[in-house]
Design a protein around this ligand. Structure first.
Ligand code: ACO
Length: 309
């Protein structure tokens, strides 16, 4: 039986930080941020809320929605580059809090592509019959590694979490095809050194435009489909201009692409599950729709999925 996403959950911090708020903190403008990135506001988690707290909340919601009990989970995969601490992993921390006593647990480090790496890994374990349910979380407290003296990066990021329960679905549904990739030679374009994240925005931009388009087309072809058969696109929410180029390459109208960047900024590994959650909740993605999820990030890494919801 094929594997697919059974349910989703998310956690969005309460504190809203607008572009105007950032104007008071650094030499930037609402106009620059809106036109260059599409971001209007983002959420920051408070000091009391760490990565594992956000991951726990999103995971709990996804499990409740799937009707899966904690002890039924066989594996927990948490995609993050901002864990509470190097170890124990966030996945072990939430395994205990959820009471998922039969689950193995590990974190995945693939930056913004982390959720894609997680879901595609989960698919292998489910389809092989090793585990009935795998919990996948994409979570990031990027404000922990944001340098508020660097306007090139500080305006882009936000905090949040998204989670999915992956399990068997009926024939004709679930994940039809996937692509994962990495190019370590681009490691110096986007990295963390010491406390802060550094990025060569222009190079990452060029890479993202090319890779998102190529990967989306590759998974559609691999699934034996044409672009015309795709109902919806969920791209990683890093920059509206990158997202728009992927949408145009698939010839999809504006309303057929996920767009949460204006409210949450770039939440890295959390952006795709948070967006998909809202698209399903708000009826943009409907039962039986064929959708493409595509992400890219530090590493450099990328991942795409073509699936039927
Ligand atoms: N406010 C005002 N001006 C700014 C700001 C700011 N926040 N940031 C940069 N500028 C200035 C620059 O200093 C530059 O000025 P100059 O021409 O005098 O030197 C000017 O704006 C233009 O800068 P560019 O870098 O050319 O701007 P660009 O249009 O490329 O946009 C951006 C920059 C938004 C960062 C873009 O390159 C981008 O989105 N890149 C991709 C980033 C990304 O997607 N990262 C995702 C991965 S993140 C992860 O994996 C954790």
């Amino acid at each position: 039986m094929p594997a697919g996403i059974l349910s989703l959950g998310r956690y969005i911090p309460d504190t809203i930080v607008t572009n105007k708020d950032l104007e008071n903190r650094m030499d930037t403008s609402d106009e620059w941020i809106r036109t260059r990135t599409g971001i209007e506001e983002r959420r920051y988690a408070s000091d009391e809320i760490d990565t594992s707290d956000m991951a726990y909340s999103a995971a709990k919601e996804a499990m409740e929605r799937a009707g899966v009990k904690p002890e039924e989970i066989g594996l927990i995969l948490v995609a993050t580059v901002t864990p509470d601490k190097p170890f124990p992993t966030v996945s072990c921390m939430i395994q205990d809090r959820l009471g998922a006593k039969n689950a193995a647990a590990m974190d995945i480090s693939a930056a913004c592509s982390g959720f894609m790496y997680g879901v595609i890994t989960a698919k292998q374990f489910v389809e092989s019959g090793a585990y009935k349910y795998v919990l996948v979380v994409g979570v990031e407290k990027l404000t922990k590694i944001t340098n508020f003296e660097d306007r090139n990066t500080a305006v882009l990021f936000g905090d949040g979490a998204g989670a999915a329960v992956v399990g068997n679905v009926s024939e004709g549904k679930g994940i039809l095809s996937f692509e994962l990739g990495a190019d370590g030679s681009g490691g110096n374009e986007l990295y963390q050194d010491g406390p802060y994240l550094y990025m060569n925005g222009r190079e990452v931009f060029k890479f993202a435009v090319r890779q998102m388009g190529e990967s989306a087309e590759a998974v559609i072809a691999e699934a034996g489909l044409t672009k015309e058969e795709i109902d919806f696109l969920v791209p990683h929410q890093a920059n509206i201009r990158i997202m728009e180029s992927s949408r145009q390459r698939l010839n999809l109208p504006v309303e057929k692409m996920s767009k949460t960047i204006q409210r949450y900024g770039n939440t890295s590994a959390a952006s795709i599950p948070i967006s998909l959650y809202e698209d399903i909740e708000e009826g943009r993605v409907k039962d039986g729709d064929t959708i493409v999820l595509v992400g890219f990030g530090g590493g450099l890494t990328w991942g795409a999925i073509c699936m039927v919801w």
